[in-house]
Ligand binder design. Structure first.
Ligand code: CTP
Length: 403
């Protein structure tokens, strides 16, 4: 899956012959799962039609401050367009547009959007070789990169003039690769392994029965998704669940019992940088597991239970460089109990859910959590979706890691 999936890409097109390649560029961004809008300079419409680009991007194309085809003259809001974009890619970027960008000139909607955009900006120059070599063009490159814009260098090859040399716009595939690699290189969890536990555990009574709980696994899967999207290699050890995740960087390891979860977690802990234990692990399991289905006999029936291993505590006991996060589900004296767990299990952070809070806990898609850090800072959050809670949790971890 591309890092561009679900990202908003604003493609800026200026008046160079390489604009004919913009159609392929839109297609490739769409194929990568991105949402694409196009903003063009008026002159670039001589090279490629807005109709082609709006058809491919499935969005209106902007080339002037007011909608020319509209009798009511709707104003195209360059500020909103700039804010919509997660990434602004200007390809092709002509010498003229780059010189204007470098000097704050703002005489068309593309330039106004550039000045309004707060997102990363990439530009892919395209021009004839002598223009490319000119001192003023070089000065534009320098100024633009000094503002934090990223240049996608032109290639060498046959140019529209018939001359051969530097100035050919990077191929659309290379532009996509450049943007993807650049984004990946900036992700905060790049090169990190995050170990996550999720879901319930089932403790066998006999071949057909077990002791389990209502955990859906949703919280852990959401955390895995957020961590992977931030560049982590995720090992997700999950008890039985209906949750699905389709992400190249998430390795799901299905387990059933607390004992299996313990074994798998210990296989991966040493090589992990962060461990987040969100599973609802059974605290007790049947001491003896019948090898045949137990037949009903007396009016009462008891099962002797024994403690399972506390996976979280076992990690707290051996942790070296790892950042360790636990969950606590409490019904009374919540803060006090959570703080005790934080200390006794040697955690860096604990996520407290109180079952007193409506919308928190098992079987619902929302959660209301309080974070308690190792220095006992208490950060309360309102009721949010589990996806948002996962975002908050990962941001909290990053904050503590960089404190
Ligand atoms: N946990 C674990 N292994 C267990 C039990 C719990 O790793 N055998 C982890 C959970 O994944 C969670 C944290 O410990 O991150 C807290 O679990 P919880 O059941 O709330 O607390 P316990 O320590 O089991 O204490 P109690 O049941 O008495 O509240």
């Amino acid at each position: 899956m591309s890092i561009l999936k679900d990202k908003n890409i604003l493609l800026g097109i200026t008046a160079g012959i390489a604009a004919y390649k913009s159609a392929s560029l839109v297609r490739l961004f769409i194929k990568a799962g991105a949402n694409v809008k196009v903003v063009m300079t008026p002159a670039s419409k001589d090279f490629i039609t807005p109709l082609t680009l709006s058809t491919l991007s499935k969005n209106p194309v902007y080339s002037s401050f007011v909608d020319e085809d509209d009798d009511n003259e709707v104003w195209n809001n360059h500020v909103e367009l700039g804010l919509w974009a997660d990434y602004f890619v200007i390809a092709p970027a002509t010498a003229n547009t780059m010189a204007k960008m470098a000097n704050g000139v703002c005489d068309n909607i593309l330039l106004a959007t550039y000045l309004s955009a707060k997102c990363p900006v990439y530009f892919a120059p395209a021009m004839d070789l002598d223009m490319y070599k000119h001192q003023s063009t070089k000065a534009s490159f320098e100024k633009l990169t000094s503002y934090g814009n990223k240049m996608i260098p032109a290639g060498t090859g046959e140019l529209a003039s018939g001359l051969v040399g530097e100035g050919r716009m990077a191929e659309p595939e290379d532009i996509i690769d450049f943007v993807e690699n650049d984004i990946l290189s900036q992700l905060p969890f790049r090169g990190k392994q995050v170990l996550i536990t999720a879901g319930p555990t089932y403790e066998a009574i006999d071949p057909v029965r077990f002791i389990g709980n209502h955990s859906s696994g949703k919280m852990g899967f959401e955390i895995a998704r957020v961590a992977a999207n931030l560049g982590a290699k995720v090992v997700l050890v999950s008890g039985p669940t209906h949750q699905k995740i389709n992400h190249n960087s998430v390795n799901v390891i299905p387990v059933i019992s607390a004992e299996e979860m313990y074994d798998e977690v210990h296989k991966y802990f040493k090589s992990s940088d962060i461990a987040i234990l969100s599973a609802a692990v059974a605290d007790y399991r049947p001491k003896f597991v019948a090898d045949k289905k137990i037949k009903k006999k007396d009016t009462t029936f008891s099962i002797e239970l024994e403690k399972t291993k506390d996976i979280l505590k076992s990690l707290g006991d051996i942790k070296a460089h790892q950042f360790l996060v636990g969950f606590a589900l409490e019904t009374n004296n919540e803060l006090e109990h959570a703080k005790e767990k934080l200390k006794s299990k040697n955690l860096d952070l604990i996520v407290l859910n109180s079952l007193k809070d409506k919308g928190a806990g098992f079987g619902v898609s929302t959660n209301k959590v309080t974070f308690i850090t190792s220095s006992y800072d208490i950060i309360e959050h309102p009721l949010k979706s589990k996806a948002e809670v996962a975002e908050d949790l990962i941001q909290q971890i990053l904050k503590q890691l960089h404190a």
